[in-house]
Design a protein around this ligand. Structure first.
Ligand SMILES: [Zn+2]
Length: 480
């Protein structure tokens, strides 16, 4: 699994994906405070690009790309989601950077002694970092502004209205901005790779030799107490980070960082159910802004299939919850999007087809691929199936749905999902297709209440029969 994550994108590509759009509210304010005493600059998170080119002070910085990255304060405040990783730990000013700060409620409302302690903790810890070692002058200027700002000589937010969630960015000279980015990367790596397993060994993912880290409990994904079992071996309930067991996968710093970015990226784009192709060339752009709905995955697989000149390909389907607490990876080899040619027949040859046209309802298309199958099945389930394809708990289905339909969705979504995404043909091989239609139709005919509640008449029943006959040939082949 690590091999796949590590080979998917380079660190720079992950960074570009993570910088795609800001997570923070577009209304959060950014107050940029130049360290040379010039007047502070105020803008909104959404307008940082514009301000950086129109403002007199900012437009003088020649490396626009570096400056813009620097002004996107959100990326530097708490990327590991763990306050204990901040400079000054969770007692300090809450940031992974010497220049970027988020105004928290605690900070805004802290009394004199409280804020003094926070600044003192921050100073003590900052002085031990590379930031201080290599940009001491700028770091001292930041500390001085905090200390004086607090004493009222130079109030940091005296002339502006601030609220929780706004950012303070201290602007150092351009030479320090250049130094900052690589230094931040090192700082982040040190904070996420706390547990070095060995000083020299072979990386389990890329095979390079060097210091190795372990991606298990309490290490790269040490994002809080409830997150510790990420990627842990399922059989291992206790993890000893010093263990020499072959069950461990020590990796090098670069591979560990890529894995860290991979999960950051999943969180940022809310890719809870997502397909990653493994056998064709992909570009970071292909991964941006995809839907998290089940139907979205099929559309995406179709796009990959088309790009691959309609040839089967391998992919990994990742399914997780929004908190990325439980992750399941499924490796699918030889994924075909179109259904087998020799099993197709013209839907117009089914006698029922004419009747459906005569009664004026939409005839079904003659497309024979997995997406059309899902759309056709969706008709049968009153457009509730594709949304619930990954649902296992009937309580999470649409409340107003008839109990019988709820029952059948939970019963049949797995074989349907397995056929659509994982090349598992049980749906037709075991004649589950027929069983499902038989049950639905008999309930529709016998249960008046169900029929009424679903507002189903003869027209709809004809259409359901048509869907049944359309795909029956897929079953027939298996029977012979
Ligand atoms: Zn490696």
């Amino acid at each position: 699994m690590y091999n796949f994550i590590v080979n998917l994108f380079s660190v720079d590509e992950y960074i570009s994906l993570l910088e795609g759009s800001e997570n923070a509210s577009q209304k959060s304010k950014v107050i940029i405070i130049p360290l040379d005493g010039k007047e502070s600059i105020e803008t909104d998170i959404g307008n940082v690009d514009e301000t950086s080119s129109s403002n007199d002070i900012l437009s003088k910085y020649s490396n626009r790309e570096d400056l813009l990255r620097f002004l996107k304060a959100n990326s530097f405040v708490n990327p590991t989601h763990n306050n204990a990783n901040n400079i000054g730990k969770n007692k300090g000013l809450m940031s992974h950077s010497s220049f970027h700060f988020k105004l928290t409620e605690k900070l805004i409302n802290a009394d004199n002694d409280g804020i003094k302690r926070k600044i003192a903790d921050f100073r003590k810890d900052l002085e031990t970092t590379d930031y201080y070692y290599k940009m001491g002058k700028s770091c001292d200027a930041v500390l001085e502004l905090w200390e004086n700002g607090h004493e009222g000589v130079f109030p940091l937010w005296a002339n502006t209205e601030i609220k929780k969630g706004d950012y303070l960015v201290f602007l150092p000279p351009e030479t320090d901005i250049e130094k900052f980015h690589p230094m931040f990367k090192v700082y982040l790596a040190r904070r996420v790779l706390k547990y070095r397993v060995t000083d020299s060994g072979i990386c389990s993912a890329c095979g390079k030799e060097g210091p190795l880290y372990m991606l298990t409990q309490g290490n790269t994904f040490d994002l809080g107490k409830d997150r510790k079992f990420l990627l842990r071996k399922p059989t291992r309930f206790m993890t000893n980070i010093r263990s020499k067991s072959t069950n461990d996968y020590p990796v090098c710093e670069e591979c560990a960082l890529k894995t860290y970015y991979f999960f950051e990226y999943l969180k940022k784009y809310k890719l809870y159910r997502f397909a990653f192709p493994t056998t064709i060339t992909v570009h970071t752009d292909d991964y941006k802004d995809y839907s998290q709905q089940a139907k979205g995955i099929l559309s995406m697989l179709k796009k990959i299939y088309d790009k691959n000149h309609s040839k089967p390909f391998d992919y990994i389907l990742l399914t997780t919850d929004p908190k990325i607490k439980n992750i399941e990876f499924r490796y699918v080899s030889d994924f075909k999007f179109n259904l087998d040619d020799d099993l197709k027949r013209n839907i117009r040859d089914v006698p029922l087809y004419d009747t459906v046209i005569e009664t004026g309802s939409d005839p079904l298309g003659n497309e024979w691929n997995k997406l059309s199958l899902l759309l056709d099945y969706d008709v049968v389930f009153n457009n509730t199936l594709s949304k619930s394809l990954f649902e296992t708990n009937p309580k999470n289905l649409i409340k107003s749905l008839h109990p019988f339909l709820k029952l059948k969705i939970i019963e049949y979504n797995e074989p349907i999902r397995n056929f659509l995404f994982f090349n598992n043909a049980s749906l037709f091989k075991d004649r589950i297709h027929t069983r499902m239609f038989r049950e639905l139709l008999s309930e529709l005919i016998e249960n008046e209440n169900f029929r009424d509640e679903m507002k189903i008449g003869a027209k709809k029943i004809r259409k359901i029969l048509l869907v049944y006959y359309k795909y029956i040939s897929l079953e027939k082949k298996e029977v012979i």
